[in-house]
Design a protein around this ligand. Structure first.
Ligand code: ATP
Ligand code: MG
Length: 374
C-alpha cells in the first residue's frame, strides 16, 4: 500500500483584520470567509498587502485589530508553530546544505516526530510530488520547478490544515509556470487542503483558484469566481486587473424597466440592460470587453435593438498568433481595443479604414463613474 498523508479540511474566517506597520495601515479592515477545502487567490499590485495577509494568518505578523479564525479556533494567541498552517515562501527558502529528503522532514524533526513516522511521511510526500528520484539531491542542482515541489512537499509534510503560498510560481519561466499551475491545482484538490495563493498574475489566479480576491491598498475590492470578476467587475480597478476593458464615460438619459439609454457625448447613445445595482440617473462608466466587439463594414446591416454601434477608424493591427489586437479610434478620439481570434481569416480589415464597431447590449456592463482626477 502506498503511504498517504491525511489533511483535515478547515475553513478560515478573517473579520475586521487590520495590520499597521510604522504608523501605516497595511491591511485595512479585511473581511474574508474561506470554505474548508477551498483555494483562494489573492490578486493585486505590488505593495497592496498580500504577503502581509499571509504573514498575519501564519502568525508571523501581529494584527492591530480584528480576528483570524481557522477551523473554528481563534488564532490570536496561538503561536505560529501551533497554528497548523503551512507556508511556501516566494523564494522557496530551501536549506541549501540539506538534501531534498532532509528539507522535507525538517519540520517533522522540529515537531519531535519519531524517525519511523518521519520515514513514512517522507515516502508519501516524495511519491505525491514525484520527487523520489531526487531524494538525495541538494537544492542547488534542482530546476526551479523541482525546487518548488520540494518547498511544497516540505510545507505539507507536517499535514497542515491550511496551506499559504506566496507567489510560488513567480521564479519560473512561462512554459513551466503554465504546467505547474495546473499541477498545483490538481495536487491541492487531491489532498483537499484549504489554500491561499498569492499572485499578481491574473491568469494564474483564475487557473488555480476557486475564487479570486482582488486587493488594492490593503483592502479586498471584490471577491468572486473568475467568471464573476470577468463579466461583472464592480469597478475599473477589478476590470483592468482581470483582462482588458474598453470604457466610455456617460450619463443616463432615460431608463425603462429593462433598458437604459446612455449619453456618451458626440450625439451618441448606448443602450444597456438595467439591473438592481444600476443607478437610475447620473454619471456611469460603460465597459465592454474587447473580444465582445465585432468590427463591421460601414454598409452592413446591424440590429439596432440588440447591438450598440460606435463608428471608428482602424489605427493598427497586431497579430499575436492565437489572437489579433485591433486598435481603433472613434470620432471623439477615444481608443478602443478589439481582440479577434487569430484564426478568423474572414474579411481582412484595413488600417486607415472606418468600420462600425458593434457589440451586444447584453454584454454592456455599467459601473459607477470614476471620480474625476483633480
Ligand atoms: N516591516 C515593514 N515595515 C513597514 N512597512 C512594511 C513592512 N513590511 C511591508 N511593509 C509595507 O507594507 C505594504 C504591503 O507589503 P506586502 O509585502 O504585504 O505587499 P505585497 O502585496 O505582498 O507586494 P508584492 O507583490 O510586491 O510582494 C508595502 O507598502 C510595504 O512597503
Ligand atoms: Mg508579497
Amino acid at each position: 500500500m502506498t503511504p498517504s498523508l491525511s489533511f483535515k479540511k478547515r475553513g478560515i474566517t478573517l473579520s475586521g483584520l487590520s495590520v499597521e506597520l510604522q504608523g501605516k495601515r497595511i491591511l485595512d479592515d479585511v473581511d474574508l470567509e474561506i470554505f474548508p477545502g477551498e483555494i483562494i487567490a489573492l490578486l493585486g499590485p505590488s505593495g497592496c498587502g498580500k504577503t502581509t495577509m499571509l504573514r498575519a494568518i501564519a502568525g508571523l505578523q501581529r494584527p492591530s485589530a480584528g480576528e483570524i479564525v481557522v477551523g473554528g479556533q481563534a488564532m490570536t494567541d496561538v503561536a505560529p508553530y501551533r497554528r497548523n498552517v503551512g507556508m511556501v515562501f516566494q523564494s522557496y527558502a530551501l536549506f541549501p546544505h540539506m538534501t531534498v529528503a532532509e528539507n522535507i522532514v525538517f519540520g517533522l524533526k522540529m515537531h519531535g516526530v519519531a524517525p519511523a513516522e518521519r520515514a513514512v511521511v517522507l515516502d508519501a510526500a516524495l511519491t505525491m510530488l514525484e520527487l523520489s528520484a531526487l531524494r538525495d539531491a541538494y537544492p542547488a542542482r534542482l530546476s526551479g520547478g523541482q525546487q518548488q515541489r520540494v518547498a511544497i512537499a516540505r510545507s505539507i509534510a507536517t499535514q497542515p490544515s491550511v496551506l499559504l503560498l506566496d507567489e510560488p510560481l513567480s521564479a519560473l519561466d512561462k512554459k513551466l509556470k503554465d504546467d505547474m499551475r495546473s499541477e498545483l491545482r490538481t495536487l491541492l484538490k487531491k489532498v483537499g487542503m484549504t489554500a491561499i495563493i498569492v499572485t499578481h498574475d491574473q491568469e494564474e489566479a483564475l487557473a488555480i483558484a476557486d475564487r479570486v480576491a482582488v486587493m488594492n491598498e490593503g483592502r479586498i475590492v471584490q471577491i468572486g469566481t473568475g467568471g464573476d470578476l470577468y463579466h461583472n467587475p464592480n469597478c475599473r480597478f477589478v476590470a483592468d486587473f482581470v483582462g482588458y476593458m474598453n470604457y466610455f464615460e456617460g450619463s443616463i438619459r432615460s431608463g425603462s424597466d429593462q433598458r437604459l439609454e446612455l449619453d456618451i457625448g458626440d450625439a451618441r447613445l448606448l443602450k444597456a440592460r438595467s439591473s438592481a445595482e444600476t443607478p437610475a440617473t447620473g454619471h456611469v462608466t460603460v465597459a465592454i470587453r474587447p473580444e465582445a466587439i465585432t468590427p463591421m463594414p460601414k454598409s452592413a446591416p446591424v440590429d439596432q435593438d440588440e447591438f450598440n454601434i460606435v463608428p471608428a477608424c482602424l489605427i493598427s493591427e497586431e497579430f499575436l498568433g492565437i489572437v489579433t489586437y485591433l486598435r481603433f479610434q472613434d470620432g471623439k478620439g477615444r481608443d478602443l481595443l478589439v481582440i479577434r481570434s487569430g484564426q478568423s481569416r474572414a474579411s481582412p480589415l484595413r488600417v486607415g479604414e472606418h468600420y462600425d464597431l458593434a457589440w451586444p447590449i447584453d454584454v454592456t456592463t455599467l459601473m459607477p463613474a470614476e471620480p474625476q482626477a483633480a
